[in-house]
Design a protein around this ligand. Sequence first.
Ligand code: GDP
Ligand code: IMO
Ligand code: MG
Length: 446
Amino acid sequence: MKQDRSTAVIGLHWGDEGKGKIVDLLTADHDLVVRYNGGANAGHTVKIGTDRYALHLLPSGVLSPGTLSVIGNGVVVDPEQVLAEIDTLATQGVNALEQLRISDRAHVVMPWHQPLDAAYEWALSHAGDQATQQALGTTGRGIGPAYADRATRSTAVRMGDLLDPDHLQALVSRIAPLKKRVFESICNGHTLDRIDVKSAFDVDRIVTRYAACGQRLTSCITDTTYLLHDQVAADRRILFEGANACLLDVDHGTFPYVTSSNCSALGITAGTGLPAAAIGNVIGVVKAYCTRVGSGPFPTEETGAVGNTIRERGHEYGTTTGRPRRCGWLDLVATRYAAMLTGATGLAITLLDVLEALDEINVCVGYRLDDRGDLTDRFIPDAHRLARIQPVYETLPGFGGPVSTARSADSLPQGARDYLDFIEQFVGVPIRIVSVGPERTETLRV
Ligand code: GDP
Ligand code: IMO
Ligand code: MG
C-alpha cells in the first residue's frame, strides 16, 4: 500500500477552518474525495471565481469533473439533503450524481432525528438553573440522534435499506411509533417551533419519501468499502475530507460540547473500512485565529471589539445555520494538541488576511489553571475543567502590510512571515499552504 498517495484534510479547531477550500485545491492532485464522518452539520464553502458553493454532505471533490466522490459508511446521511445539493449543483452546471457513490452501510438521518435533536436541546436548556443547563447548541440536523441509533442498532436505518421499499416499510413501521413516544415524552406537552411533528412520524409518508430517495440514488448506493480497497489496489490517490474538527471529536474533543463522530484522522479507518496504512499525509487546517459555533468552553474567546472585528472581516457566520460564530485569538495549545491527535504532517493556515487590520496579535501559548495558579502547555479535553483555565498570551506585532494581495510566501510582509514562523515552531509541523482569501487563486504553497 503506497501511503504517500493519499491525503487527509482535517480541521484542527472547532470547525469552519476553511477545509472546503483546501479540499477543492488539493482535489486536482487526487482521483477521489472521500467523506468519512459527520453529516449535514458540516458546511464547506468553495469559491471558484465568482461562483460560491456551500456543501453539507457532498464531498467538495464534486466540483472537479472526473473526480469520484465517496460518502463513506461513517457519515450519517440525510438523503433528501443529498438530493437537494445535487439539484442545486445542477442549476450551477455541475453533474454531481454521476460521480457520487454512497456507502450502503451509511446510517440514514430519518425524519424523526431532527425533532429529537431539537427536543433534547429544548429540554436541556429548560432543565434546572443556568449553571446546570447543558444544551449543546447543535446544528439541529439530527446528527446526535442518528449516531445514537447506530449504537442502539435496533432503531437504525441504513442507506441500503432505502433500496427495498418493503423492508423499509417494515423498519419504519417498527421504529416511528417508538420515536414518537420518546419525542412526546421529552416535550411533555410543549410545542417546538419549526418542527413538523406530523410528517416526522407518519409511516406511509416517510416510506414514500425515502423510497423515492433510494430510487433516485440507486446508482450511487453501493459497497464503498470494496470500492475503496479496489481504488487503493489500482494505485489511485485518495483525498479524505474531514468534517467538523478535532476539538469536536466525540472521544478527544471538549466533551460534552462536541459532535457525535470521530472527526480527527482516527475516524478515517472506521468511517471508510480502509486500514490505517491507507492514510498518507495529513493536512491540519488552522485558522489564523479561532472560532466556535454553539456552546462550550473557548479559552481565547474575545467578546468585545477584537472579536467583532474578526467576525466582520472574516464573515464569521455559520454556513449551515447562519449563526454568528464566536471569535478569538489563535490557541496554539489547542492547535498543537489537535495536530498531535490527528498526526498532522503539514499545516494549512487559512484566513490570514483577516488579521492584517490588527496592530497587535495575541497567541495563546499556555493555560493557567485557576484553582492552583499552575501553568500548563497541555490541552484539557474536558469542558468542565477547560472552562476554568485562563489563557496565557504572547503578543506579536501586526503584519505591517497587506496579506490578501500576496501570491507567494516571499511577498508576504515580514510581520506575517514572523507570525507563520511562530505557529510552525510552536506546533512543530511544517506549514505547506497559506490561504489569504476565499478563492482558489488566493493561496500560497510554501
Ligand atoms: P469549512 O467548514 O472548514 O469548510 O469552512 P467554512 O466554509 O464553513 O468556513 C470558512 C469560510 O472562510 C468560508 O466562507 C470560506 O469561503 C472562507 N475562506 C476560506 N479561506 C479563506 C481565506 O483565506 N480568507 C478569507 N477571507 N476567507 C476564507
Ligand atoms: P464544518 O465541517 C462548526 C458544532 C455545533 C455544535 C456541536 C454539536 O463546517 O467545520 P451537532 O449538530 O454536530 O450535534 O452539533 O458541534 N459543529 C460544528 N461547528 N463547523 C462544523 O462543521 C460543525 N459541526 C458540528 O455548532 O456546537
Ligand atoms: Mg463549515
